[in-house]
Write a protein that binds this ligand. Structure first.
Ligand code: SAM
Length: 264
């Protein structure tokens, strides 16, 4: 069976990386696990061996049909579905650790969908292309810092656990990958999913002008006049002359809240 490029099928073949997923996920006997895109079951095998209770969502009909037969007697429920179309509420109710060697083409939308239910998953461990992993784990003021970093930081602390070379996959991707672990914050910066969405829109609009000084970027992004934008920053002790990209997620949230409150 050939790998389907359209489904982002780069199958893992590296034992150490699979072991790291289990370790980083804190997966032991009876841990409920949701695996996104199990493919030919390379990673699933390690989850089964760890004794996890697994729900696996696979879009490829042929692979979804093959998987149960590969693990007879294992607590494995395979759902043939497009993860992006799936109602996650029943799966979130199991409070599983979520893992996956995500298809590159849909990695970000899959992550954003998982984060809509932030607070229900004890841990997330995903493989991304390295460039994406860097953007998800960047610090404020660095070139990789941006909308994905700010949005993830609302609910999780994310870190790169391991870099993975193209040789760990078949077929070999053109780029390096990385394993990223997301741990939920004790206190999310924003609790309500609707607020997190609105905050994401705010950062996306304002960061379009990230090379400009903060108050101008804010003005262009939100439609506020420049003086009002500067006043909002000054009120919070933020320098209107500095670029927005130096602001921590916490400061961006304070800024968003201040502007949203004044618009009410
Ligand atoms: N976990 C396997 C491994 O590590 O060898 C396969 C990883 S491969 C990068 C991505 C897997 O996700 C493929 O099996 C692909 O068919 C599946 N997939 C792609 N898009 C999907 C989607 N929207 N929903 C669910 N599975 C998807």
């Amino acid at each position: 069976m050939f790998a389907k490029k359209s489904l982002g099928q780069n199958f893992l073949s590296d034992l150490e990386t699979a072991r790291k997923v289990v370790e980083a996920g804190g997966i032991t006997r009876d841990t409920p696990v949701l695996e996104i895109g199990p493919g030919r079951g390379f990673l699933t095998r390690f989850l089964v061996d760890a004794g996890a209770r697994i729900t696996a969502v696979e879009k490829d009909r042929e692979l979804a049909a093959l998987l149960p037969g590969m693990f007879p007697g294992a607590p494995l429920n395979v759902i043939e579905a497009d993860f992006l179309e799936l109602d996650l509420a029943p799966l979130a109710a199991l409070r599983p650790v979520v893992v996956g060697n995500l298809p590159y083409y849909a990695a970000m939308p899959i992550l954003m969908k998982v984060l809509e239910h932030a607070g229900t998953w004890p841990r997330l461990v995903f493989m991304f292309q390295l460039e994406v992993a860097r953007r998800l784990t960047a610090s404020a003021g660095t070139p990789d810092y941006g909308v994905p970093t700010a949005v993830v930081s609302l609910t999780h602390s994310a870190s790169i656990v391991r870099r993975i070379s193209p040789g760990a996959f078949f077929p070999r991707p053109k780029v390096e990958s990385a394993l990223v672990r997301f741990l939920p914050l004790d206190q999310p910066l924003l609790d309500r999913p609707a607020d997190r969405l609105a905050f994401g829109d705010f950062v996306a609009a304002s960061f379009r002008f990230r090379r400009k000084k903060g108050s101008n970027a804010l003005s262009l992004g939100t439609g506020l006049d420049p003086a009002t934008a500067a006043a909002h920053m000054e009120r919070l002790g933020l320098d209107p002359g500095a670029r927005l990209e130096v602001l921590s997620p916490t400061d961006l949230v304070r800024l968003w809240k201040g502007i949203a409150a004044s618009a009410r």
